[in-house]
Design a protein around this ligand. Structure first.
Ligand code: GLA
Length: 382
């Protein structure tokens, strides 16, 4: 892929590019906690996007999407959201750089990769982080990685209309080979946890249900959480976000909550607790207990946060029947995309076959599966 993209760049723009890469991500546990200032446990994976970039001595940004086979051009003096939806993730980052007074000169770009789109593996964050990282290097802006992550997140807010948290962009930029990242989304402190890939593998089962509901429901969930915080704040001024809330605070004031908002809040507070407990499991090497927390996370996402769908629920029920699976849950924003499964290495083939068969029988769809390796975050491509 790297070679093909470089070749395409030479063909289209007759010059030599510098090539960068930025990965998609998985999240082991801690779903919808990021925008509640809580904890998450993501990792960057070997599904990635390459960016071949070179300045072109004009005032124009010329771009070719390798996967779609489409090209476009934009005048840098007038960057705004475009009708070409795939270009918005790139334009959104350029706009952030410009807002922060960095001079983005004319450049050419060919980008493409193998992060499946709409599968909940954060292809959009990979695009945002890759362009941010690449332009920072090519133009020598010397922006630190935290600031790049925040610009990438802002690009998603302002050019894709999803009020996402910081997890996906952070994981894509800061990933570390064979490690999960425990990120405190309030302080942005992070810690790497060695992830034992000797005995287990992370298997993603892609429902292929595109999460079209995701952006509107996502923004609704965010508002519901804010509504919960507003109630708690009257009694506990220290509660700035659900990160600061405790289950007994919620229980104490349950009758003042709309029942839906109450369910949303209990899920978030419980999920935050689970991330901390899951990290303690990793430290002890207790993968069985880690897996149980993944199942508990799914139950909360299904019944209390209500961001799952029948296909995801089916895959989790199937996985749970196998003694070779330690844990499984839906991953990412929800309403489609993938489940993440923690599977014993020597049972991989069997697991994949069983899941494919069951999914075919139930939904008459060929299940897609990916075995994820944990890789480095955004970098120069080698
Ligand atoms: C999407 C968002 C993330 C996060 C997850 C849910 O992937 O982009 O910020 O909120 O959903 O955990």
């Amino acid at each position: 892929m790297l070679k093909e993209i470089t070749q395409k760049f030479r063909e289209l723009y007759s010059q030599e590019p510098t090539v960068f890469r930025s990965p998609g991500r998985v999240n082991l546990i801690g779903e919808h906690t990021d925008y509640n200032n809580g904890f998450v446990l993501p990792a960057a994976i070997n599904k990635e996007i390459f960016f071949a970039i070179a300045p072109n001595a004009t005032d124009i940004f010329r771009v070719h999407s390798f996967n779609l086979g489409e090209s476009a051009e934009f005048i840098l003096a007038n960057v705004q959201p475009s009708d070409i939806s795939w270009a918005n993730y790139l334009l959104g980052v350029i706009a952030q750089l410009q807002k922060a007074n960095y001079k983005v000169k004319g450049f050419d770009l060919v980008f493409g990769g193998n992060v499946p789109i709409g599968a909940g593996l954060s292809s959009s964050a990979a695009v945002e982080c890759g362009i941010a990282f690449g332009l920072n290097e090519v133009f020598g802006f010397e922006i630190d990685k935290f600031a790049l992550v925040k610009m990438a997140q802002k690009a998603e807010h302002e050019y894709a209309g999803v009020m996402c948290g910081i997890m996906d962009q952070f994981a894509s930029m800061f990933g570390k080979k064979n490690h999960a990242i425990k990120l405190d989304c309030r302080s942005l402190e992070y810690e790497f946890y060695n992830f034992d890939m000797q005995d287990y593998r992370i298997v993603l089962c892609d429902t292929q249900v595109k999460h079209s509901l995701a952006s509107s429901e996502y923004n609704t969930r965010r508002k519901e959480c804010e509504a919960g915080v507003a109630i708690l704040q009257q009694y506990y001024p220290e509660v700035q976000s659900l990160r600061d809330a405790k289950l007994d605070m919620l229980a104490q004031h349950q009758q003042e909550f709309d029942p839906v908002v109450y369910k949303r809040c209990t899920y978030i507070v419980s999920e935050n607790n689970r991330v901390e407990a899951a990290c303690a499991d990793l430290e002890k090497g207790d993968m069985k207990s880690f897996g149980d927390r993944m199942y508990a996370s799914h139950a909360g996402l299904q019944h209390d946060y209500e961001v799952s769908c029948p296909e995801l629920d089916f895959l989790v029920v199937q996985a749970k029947q196998s003694a070779d699976v330690l844990g499984a849950r839906m991953m990412g924003g929800g309403f489609g995309g993938c489940t993440i499964n923690l599977v014993k290495v020597d049972a991989l083939t069997n697991f994949v076959q069983q899941m494919e068969k069951a999914y075919q029988q139930q939904f008459n769809v060929q299940l897609k599966t990916y075995i994820a390796e944990i890789v480095e975050g955004s970098s120069y491509a080698k």
